[in-house]
Design a protein around this ligand. Structure first.
Ligand code: NCD
Length: 302
């Protein structure tokens, strides 16, 4: 069993299936006496609060640091910040950072499990796992599921982790967006059987689930300009463009009227968005329990 959760890359069906299974079981409080350190150097609503709630629901205590109010604002490097926090010896570190590879760097430095809560344009494995839980609850299995991820595929760590996880589990994944926001066909993370498309109508034809993503303008190169009205016209997810039984997902934060319309975002049966949020707490609890709970590890190893 892995000691850290740094990415979906490298996880096989068994490892992913074990977490989906664990998240479907009732949670107890196996982490009493443990101290989880949340280091969020990039903004977050859902991920940060759900890690906090998951840890506390399992009986752990949580300390949190954000970039605002930290010595990073005084010029301390990420590496020095990590060395400093590691010296305080938490029982687990949850890290979000705008630098790709930050969680891997933390795993080299910390003497405890490290969980990647999003590293730049790299990976966001816990989001992909909670999305997989949500899809499994709806469809029973990920195998042969036709899912289309629409938006800023290039910069989205959510798209990267989801594409890898869903392909690993046998889903048929299409990645759709404007050509300048699609990855190169030989991008190292891109699953071999994933389809790339810059035509939304083709990409959602036959899809059972569509996942909309935000334009991650904070990660755009300076020359890249996307007009939001033109984007909505070409890639906005609307009721008219989807089959009547296709469900919609979004990791949040949503920009309504840009990547998704109100009618779908708020749809009582087709929107899985708040179920994704609820599953964020459940899945993160399962992950913390698996990485931190020594009795659980022994049981799994036995
Ligand atoms: C995403 C992220 O931070 O990568 N949000 C999330 O964790 N739910 C997506 C985004 O910022 O658009």
């Amino acid at each position: 069993m892995n000691r850290h959760l740094l990415g979906i890359q490298g996880m096989d069906q068994t490892a992913i299936g074990a977490l989906l299974q664990a998240a479907s079981q009732p949670q107890t409080t196996p982490l009493a006496g443990k101290l989880v350190m949340n280091l969020f150097l990039e903004n977050s609503t859902r991920t940060r609060l759900s890690f906090d709630m998951a840890a506390q629901r399992l009986g752990a205590r949580v300390v949190t640091m954000t970039a605002d109010g930290s010595s990073i604002k005084k010029g301390e490097t990420t590496r020095d910040t990590l060395l400093t926090l590691a010296a305080m010896r938490p029982d687990a570190l949850v890290i979000r950072c705008s630098e790709n590879g930050a969680a891997h760097l933390a795993a080299d430095i910390f003497n405890c499990p490290v969980i990647n809560a999003g590293d730049g344009t790299g990976e966001h494995p816990t989001q992909a796992l909670l999305d997989a839980l949500t899809l499994t609850q709806r469809f029973g299995t990920l195998h042969d599921l036709r899912i289309t991820i629409v938006g800023d595929i290039l910069h989205s760590r959510v798209a990267h982790s989801n594409a890898i996880l869903l392909s690993t589990m046998g889903a048929k994944v299409t990645l759709c967006g404007p050509a300048e926001l699609l990855p190169a066909p030989d991008a190292s993370w891109l699953p071999k059987n994933a389809t790339l498309s810059d035509n939304l109508d083709h990409a959602v034809d036959g899809a059972q689930a569509v996942m909309a993503l935000r334009l991650q303008k904070e990660r755009f190169a300076t020359h890249l300009k996307i007009d939001e009205h033109a984007y909505h016209h070409a890639f906005g997810i609307t009721q008219a463009r989807l089959a009547p039984d296709c469900v919609v997902m979004h990791p949040g934060p949503m920009n309504r009227g840009v990547e998704i319309d109100d009618a779908l975002a708020d749809h009582p049966t087709r929107s899985l968005i708040l179920q994704q949020v609820a599953n964020g707490v459940t899945m993160r609890a399962a992950i913390l329990a698996q990485l931190l709970d020594t009795t659980h590890n022994l049981k799994v190893a036995a």
